[in-house]
Design a protein around this ligand. Structure first.
Ligand SMILES: *[C@@H]1O[C@H](CO)[C@@H](O)[C@H](O)[C@H]1NC(C)=O
Ligand SMILES: *[C@@H]1O[C@H](CO)[C@@H](O)[C@H](O)[C@H]1NC(C)=O
Ligand SMILES: *[C@@H]1O[C@H](CO)[C@@H](O)[C@H](O)[C@H]1NC(C)=O
Ligand SMILES: *[C@@H]1O[C@H](CO)[C@@H](O)[C@H](O)[C@H]1NC(C)=O
Ligand SMILES: *[C@@H]1O[C@H](CO)[C@@H](O)[C@H](O)[C@H]1NC(C)=O
Length: 951
């Protein structure tokens, strides 16, 4: 406006007097205006809950400066005439509604930026009064109305963003200009139109094509349906089109391929069908193209990388056939490529070249032929290479071993031959190695022992021979190991007992393994499934196998084993078939096997079970039974489909802190970019740092593992991530560690928690001195506090929150020895897809037996973990033995004296003994094998609080 005035001033000297008068008049008006604006802002402030962010907004009458006051208030900018042109209060934790913001009072407002706050309620129709507005960002709030039609009044707005709100309704065509070219209303100046993550549904009207200025459309992750408007093809400025994760159907309009400025087209996860225009990529340089998870058929467009700029490309989960796009061969810009689950044909060694930036490529389940080219070794940035389920032949080239960053290598189900490269151990960052179902021969290289990070190793269904190398025992993080269906011989090495992390599966079946079972197998306390069938194993079954407390299934059939099976553990519940076709195994517990008394006359087979009777207060028992009858809630985890993702451009950085006081850079600086010096713990999903900001506030910051790249990506793209994380920051309970903020950037993903000074129960119980400090009454309080926290998460949060990883490491004690449950809800950010089982939260020794194979994760798993934890607090150490004894006997009676931590003197008062007895009995009911017999957490709290008071 100032520039306009100057221009007018220079037009003619004659009119200057008039002009000066006008200028005076207008500044007089603006003094009035400014007072009107100040009053409107103050009225709005008064309608909001008290909050420090608006502290500087005080009545002019009450402050020394007068008229210009609002211009100096936080977030307010004025023009030279002291009229408000900009309201910018983004990411300040602002709370309340817009109901009492009188938009008519801001005739000169150009920008309104309220993104990332806690604003709820409606977008008031009166917003249409902001006739000069150019920029409107209300994204990431809790607005839940429809889009008011009056937005059509905002003819000057070039950016409109209401993403990540609960906006409902549909897009009314009247919001857009008519096709006449001189339309008086409609959002006719829009360049950037963002409606991501809303509840908007229905069709996108063709009239959107009348906004000739549109450059960016981001309607992803909403509920839109119907066809993609044909008219988009006429918007020659269009640069970015994001319609992913909606319900769009029909074909991609052909005209879209002609858009000269199009660089980013995301259509993944819709119901689109038909062929993709074959000239896509011919007219413009695409950098992002996502077509995955639709019903496309026919060939992929050959020129997707014609411009040489393609970074992220996905076509996965469609029915594409024909060759891999020819332009991909020399596409050195590639970063992430997902083409799995189609019917693509072609030659692996000819269709692909060298990609210096390539991070992730999945070509699984296509019909690719040819050999693995040594070129893959040149893709130095690769973290994932998956070519499962194709027809790849030839040998695994040594060059691949140069991929120092490779975390997942899956070449299963191909026709690979030759031997496994000797230097395979060079891949020291590898988490997953899958070579299942090939024709690999030779022996398993010794070097495999250097893969210290390996979590899953599957070499099954090959023709490997020789013995299992002793060095395999060095893979101490292995959770899944299958060597089945090979021609391995020799004995099972003793070092197998060093694989203490084994949990999901140990499968050595269908080989020619001989000699005795090593007793060290008994060390695999977390192992859930063991198969050694169809070998030549001989001798007797070591008693130590009965101490494998987590074992759910065992198969020792088709061997030469003999003698009595051990007592207890898996041997009291397995089926006879698991031991069939051996030389002569007997058992007194398993129906269908010969009884051992027939073979031996000693008394060894009769019961050794010590039955120690104590009086279980009957009131507890009957109360439990009746309470359990009160509805049992079950939760079915929606099976998540694999999401298409890319890290370069898909997401926007997210930084949220509940009161806006701490900034992202303060956390990074205070922790020296997560220097180990500040690390105070490490869990399954990441490390925890103690971070002290310059104003002396202390936080615990959990940084999610780098090696979980894919899962972080899932998390960032997860439709509900932001809302869920923000939801979690709202959970306030005296026994729950508060989540204060979180961050998702390309570099980091972390969560900021309250810092709890005494540390975890695990830490306290393992320290002789601190364990003594934690006397019986403090321990009782800790257990009850934990129960209250879980009860709150299960029964008061909407939707309920299942913790999924309750352990003594996640229950902290504050300065008053109050228990504080941490790490809740993070399991929800994680992808729980079966193929990513490693990322699923849960700590061995605390996981309920039913969890291994079910996709149903009921709250009863938390109840189980709580039971383990409660017993641990009483015993002072992990109660594996107690639980083993409980599970292997039908008798639930245990003597309190046998349980209690011997480091503390036996409790002196009856009240404490009663409380401890109560906790023990409730805990025992929580760790029952059958989830439906466990109480709910609200039963548990009721019992612990009320019964203790009554009894
Ligand atoms: C002026 O400020 C004082 C104290 O800060 C407050 O009590 C008073 O109500 C204010 N007056 C007006 C008119 O806002
Ligand atoms: C809003 O502001 C305008 C202009 O100052 C005024 O005329 C109108 O009465 C106000 N509306 C309300 C509801 O306060
Ligand atoms: C919208 O949010 C407001 C404030 O949070 C709430 O009172 C109202 O019920 C919500 N309306 C709908 C339709 O959900
Ligand atoms: C739209 O703008 C016109 C003129 O600027 C104004 O008179 C009218 O009240 C506005 N409509 C709404 C719904 O705010
Ligand atoms: C396309 O992009 C170029 C450069 O980025 C820009 O100058 C031009 O205005 C855009 N629009 C069209 C229609 O080419």
């Amino acid at each position: 406006m100032a520039a306009q005035n100057k221009q007018r001033f220079s037009v003619s000297y004659a009119s200057s007097c008039v002009f000066v008068f006008l200028l005076l008049l207008s500044s007089f008006e603006s003094m009035e205006g400014s007072a009107m604006e100040a009053q409107a802002l103050l009225r709005w402030k008064r309608s909001l809950p008290p909050q420090t962010v608006l502290d500087s907004w005080v009545d002019a009458l009450n402050s020394s400066s007068s008229v210009s006051a609002p211009c100096q208030w936080r977030g307010i900018t004025c023009n030279e005439q002291s009229s408000v042109i900009d309201i910018k209060l983004d990411n300040t934790g602002l709370m309340g509604t817009l109901d009492h913001l009188n938009f008519s009072s801001f005739p000169n407002l150009l920008r309104l930026d309220l993104k990332i706050n806690n604003i709820s309620g409606v977008i008031p129709p009166s917003i249409g009064a902001l006739s000069k507005l150019q920029f409107l960002d209300l994204s990431t709030n809790y607005l839940n109305s429809t889009l008011p039609l009056s937005l059509a009044n905002l003819t000057n707005v070039f950016e409109l963003d209401v993403s990540r709100n609960f906006i409902t309704g549909s897009l009314d065509s009247r919001l857009f200009p008519d096709g006449s070219g001189n339309s008086r209303t409609g959002l006719k100046s829009l360049r950037n139109f963002l409606l991501q993550d809303t509840l908007l549904r229905g069709r996108v009207p063709e009239e959107i094509g009348n906004i000739k200025t549109l450059a960016l459309i981001a309607f992803d992750r909403s509920q839109f349906s119907g066809p993609i408007p044909q008219s988009l093809g006429n918007l020659s400025n269009l640069n970015v089109i994001r319609l992913n994760e909606n319900h769009f159907s029909g074909q991609i309009p052909k005209s879209i391929a002609n858009l000269k400025n199009l660089t980013d087209l995301r259509l993944f996860t819709n119901n689109l069908s038909g062929e993709v225009p074959q000239n896509l990529g011919n007219s413009s340089s695409l950098s992002v193209l996502h077509l995955a998870e639709n019903n496309f058929i026919g060939n992929l467009p050959p020129q997707v990388c014609k411009g040489g700029k393609l970074v992220n490309f996905s076509a996965a989960y469609n029915s594409f056939s024909g060759p891999v796009p020819s332009s991909l061969q020399n596409c050195s810009s590639l970063f992430r490529v997902l083409m799995q689950n189609n019917s693509l044909t072609g030659l692996l060694d000819q269709d692909f070249g060298v990609y210096p930036s390539l991070n992730y490529i999945d070509l699984s389940y296509n019909q690719l032929k040819g050999t693995l080219s040594p070129n893959w070794g040149e893709c130095k940035k690769l973290t994932l290479l998956r070519i499962t389920g194709n027809q790849v032949n030839g040998e695994i080239p040594e060059e691949i071993l140069g991929l120092k960053n490779l975390a997942k290598l899956d070449l299963s189900y191909n026709n690979l031959s030759g031997s496994i490269p000797k230097r395979i151990g060079n891949l020291s960052k590898l988490l997953i190695l899958g070579l299942r179902g090939n024709r690999l021969s030779g022996s398993i290289p010794i070097g495999i022992g250097s893969m210290g990070n390996l979590a899953s190793l599957d070499l099954s269904m090959n023709v490997l021979s020789g013995s299992i190398p002793y060095e395999l025992g060095e893979c101490s993080r292995l959770q899944y190991l299958s060597l089945s269906r090979n021609q391995l011989n020799g004995s099972i090495p003793f070092s197998i007992g060093k694989l203490a992390a084994l949990q999901i599966l140990l499968d050595l079946s269908y080989n020619s393994l001989s000699e005795q079972l090593p007793y060290t197998l008994g060390n695999l306390k977390s192992l859930e499934n063991l198969s050694l069938s169809h070998n030549n194993l001989s001798g007797s079954v070591p008693n130590s196998l009965a101490t494998m407390v987590s074992l759910i299934s065992i198969d020792l059939s088709f061997n030469n084993l003999e003698g009595p099976l051990p007592d207890g553990g898996i041997f009291s519940r397995a089926e006879a078939a698991a031991f069939s076709n051996n030389k002569g195994l007997c058992s007194n517990d398993i129906v269908g096997l010969p009884s051992c008394n027939d073979h031996e006359n000693d008394d060894g087979g009769t019961t050794k079970k010590k039955l120690v009777a104590i009086l279980v207060p009957t009131i507890v028992g009957s109360a439990l039974v009746s309470l359990v009858l009160f509805g049992i809630v079950s939760y079915i985890l929606r099976k998540r489909t694999e999401r298409v993702s890319d890290s370069n451009t898909t997401f926007r950085d997210v930084w949220y802190f509940f009161d806006g006081k701490v900034t992202y850079s303060e956390i990074i600086e205070a922790s020296k970019d997560f220097d180990d010096e500040y690390c105070i713990g490490e869990g399954g999903s990441g490390k925890v740092y103690k971070v002290e900001t310059p104003d002396r506030a202390v936080y615990a910051v959990k940084k999610l593992h780098d090696s979980w790249d894919d899962d972080q990506m899932m998390m960032q793209n997860s439709k509900k991530f932001l809302n869920e994380a923000r939801g979690l920051t709202e959970i306030k309970h005296g026994n729950i560690v508060r989540l204060l903020g979180f961050c998702c950037t390309k570099v980091h993903t972390f969560l900021v928690y309250e810092y709890i000074n005494r540390g975890s129960l695990a830490h306290i119980l393992s320290d002789a001195k601190e364990a003594m400090e934690l006397n019986w009454s403090k321990r009782i309080r800790a257990v009850k506090g934990t129960a209250r926290a879980l009860s709150y998460l299960h029964h008061y949060c909407i939707p309920p929150i299942i913790h999924r990883n309750i352990t003594s490491k996640n229950v902290l004690l504050d300065s008053r020895y109050e228990a504080r449950v941490s790490d809740f809800g993070t399991a929800r950010f994680m992808n729980t897809d079966a193929s990513n089982w490693i990322a699923v939260a849960g700590t061995t020794g605390y996981i309920a037996p039913e969890l291994a194979y079910t996709t149903v994760v009921p709250e009863k798993c938390d109840v189980y973990s709580f039971g383990v934890l409660a017993l641990e607090v009483l015993a002072g150490t992990h109660p594996g033995d107690i639980i083993f004894a409980l599970h292997s006997s039908s008798d639930n009676n245990i003597d309190l004296k046998d349980v209690l931590d011997s480091r503390l003197p036996f409790p002196q008062t009856q009240e404490i003994v009663d409380n401890l007895c109560l906790i023990m009995n409730v805990a025992i009911s929580c760790v029952q094998k059958d989830p439906s017999s466990r109480p709910t957490m609200s039963n548990v709290t009721w019992l612990l609080e009320v019964q203790a008071a009554v009894g």
